[in-house]
Design a protein around this ligand. Structure first.
Ligand SMILES: [Zn+2]
Length: 237
């Protein structure tokens, strides 16, 4: 009797142990039954979250980077034409955006004080003029569009149509106008050192993978409007 009692005493804890496993398996079973529903609920929540994030700055940035890439034509970004009322004539044949006139003329004056003579070669160009330049030069030089685009923007894709771009030469080295050789002039060296003070920036530097180096081509970024115009261009670089 004593022995049986002892056995029973051992049996109880053993029985308890096997019983203890059961409560664990019930929630597991429940989980397995409900798992398709849980996956469904999780997917719905995730989709809603992504949809909400689409308006967020991070997702916006990703989409914008893709858009920039899509909207390029032969490597050039699209630009709107400046309204005529914002254009001013600064000298015969050179029109620029009214917001950049003072800064541009100041820059030329300051350069003169240092013995540097800047000459303005080209400012605003209408989309029509850009059309003529692009297509006439292309056929004259027997170039394909892609080849031509390395040195000239297709119509609607030129910084010149914004009025914020200016091509600059050295008045004492006119043979370097629109030539890479311009980078070896005093004028270019002066611009490299000083143009930023007047809010001018070189648009197509040597690192640009789409467009050939243009040491003569500068753009103005001294107003919010100008910065907005060149925002995409600045973001890619
Ligand atoms: Zn230019």
């Amino acid at each position: 009797m004593e022995q049986n009692k002892d056995i029973n005493q051992f049996d109880i804890p053993l029985a308890k142990r096997t019983y203890l496993k059961n409560p664990n398996s019930i929630p597991l079973k429940k989980l397995l039954i409900f798992s398709p529903f849980l996956i469904l609920i999780f997917s719905i929540v995730a989709l809603r979250l992504i949809r909400n994030l689409e308006g967020g700055p991070f997702i916006d940035l990703i989409f914008q980077v893709e858009k920039i890439h899509e909207h390029r034509v032969l490597g050039h970004l699209p630009y709107n034409e400046i309204p005529r009322e914002k254009l001013v004539l600064i000298e015969p044949n050179i029109e620029v955006h009214i917001d950049m006139r003072d800064s541009l003329l100041n820059m030329r004056e300051e350069a003169k004080k240092d013995g540097i003579y800047l000459v303005f070669l080209s400012g605003y160009r209408s989309i029509n003029l850009q059309n003529d330049i692009f297509y006439s030069l292309k056929s004259k030089r027997n170039q394909e569009a892609a080849e031509r685009a390395r040195v000239s923007a297709p119509p609607g894709y030129s910084e010149h149509s914004t009025g914020f771009a200016i091509d600059i030469g050295d008045a004492t080295r006119r043979e370097t106008d629109f030539e890479t050789e311009f980078e070896n002039t005093k004028a270019f060296r002066w611009l490299k050192m000083n143009a930023a003070k007047f809010h001018f920036k070189l648009s197509f530097d040597k690192d640009n993978k789409y467009i050939d180096y243009e040491p003569w081509h500068w753009r103005y970024e001294g107003t919010i409007e100008a910065l907005k115009v060149f925002e995409n261009s600045n973001r890619k670089s």
